[in-house]
Unconditional design. Structure first.
Length: 265
């Protein structure tokens, strides 16, 4: 049973600035590794959607459990020695292998947010903690859903996230990036359908933000997917197969090639 009730604060609603959002989106298309542009687009378009998502979380039993823990995730997720000690096939092992392979760290995403110069202090410690939790579980979603870090994979993860948290900025980037990928994909490749499918999967699945990661990380990856109700996508992999059959690198169709910007511990 929830112990505290959180209420809507109209003073936290931000004005939507579509022109600014489009400018930052074009910067993102020029270099998809510039994650700060993602944050700027979302900040320009999301209005009060973040607060609404927070209220749903904070007024739930699981949400209040997570808030009561006061757990800051980056040090936990960057303890790669501990994660490697978890059982073969576990979510934790899959996550550390993904992060190491991609040259990423949880702290690296925190630092990327800092470079965006967006003021993410909502004047409420619980809202800030929720925002951190959304940010810090992003790469975990790649592992759980099977979407890669290519442009369509990132867009599909955002489609999945939109289904769970909302946000006009999030879905704008998802479909905008997919449309750019579509320009390079073979005719008939289900690029936009990958976003549609990701949204459907996200809507049907439980939100990992509500769950205790300390419980999930040692579990087998397939068991976590089953627990959260995460269905594996098909359209995304169809696009990749069609691209490769036509000599197109799915990781090279938008902006720069993937670059390791952080060093895994």
């Amino acid at each position: 049973m929830t112990q505290k009730t959180y209420h809507y604060n109209p003073e936290l609603k931000q004005r939507r600035r579509p022109i600014k959002a489009f400018k930052h989106f074009r910067n993102l298309i020029a270099n998809k590794e510039d994650t700060s542009q993602v944050f700027k687009v979302i900040e320009a378009l999301n209005g009060d959607s973040f607060q609404k998502s927070f209220l749903k979380f904070a007024n739930s039993e699981r949400g209040q459990q997570r808030l009561a823990e006061r757990r800051y995730l980056p040090p936990l997720l960057d303890d790669h020695n501990w994660l490697r000690s978890l059982p073969d096939g576990s979510l934790g092992r899959a996550y550390v292998e993904f992060m190491s392979r991609e040259g990423l760290t949880a702290q690296g995403l925190v630092d990327e947010y800092a470079t965006s110069e967006i003021d993410r202090d909502f004047g409420d410690e619980d809202m800030n903690l929720y925002g951190d939790r959304l940010r810090d579980t992003h790469d975990m979603l790649h592992v759980l859903t099977g979407f890669g870090r290519d442009a369509l994979g990132e867009a599909s993860v955002l489609g999945y996230s939109y289904a769970q948290h909302g946000g006009p900025g999030v879905i704008f980037i998802a479909y905008g990036a997919a449309w750019e990928v579509r320009k390079s994909a073979p005719k008939g490749a289900p690029v936009l359908k990958s976003i549609h499918e990701a949204r459907r999967i996200g809507k049907a699945a439980q939100d990992i933000v509500y769950h205790d990661l300390m419980e999930l990380l040692p579990m087998q990856l397939d068991a976590v997917r089953e627990k959260l109700g995460i269905e594996m996508p098909t359209k995304y992999h169809e696009v990749h197969a069609m691209m490769r059959d036509n000599g197109i690198d799915p990781y090279g169709v938008i902006g720069a090639e993937p670059v390791a910007t952080t060093v895994a511990a």
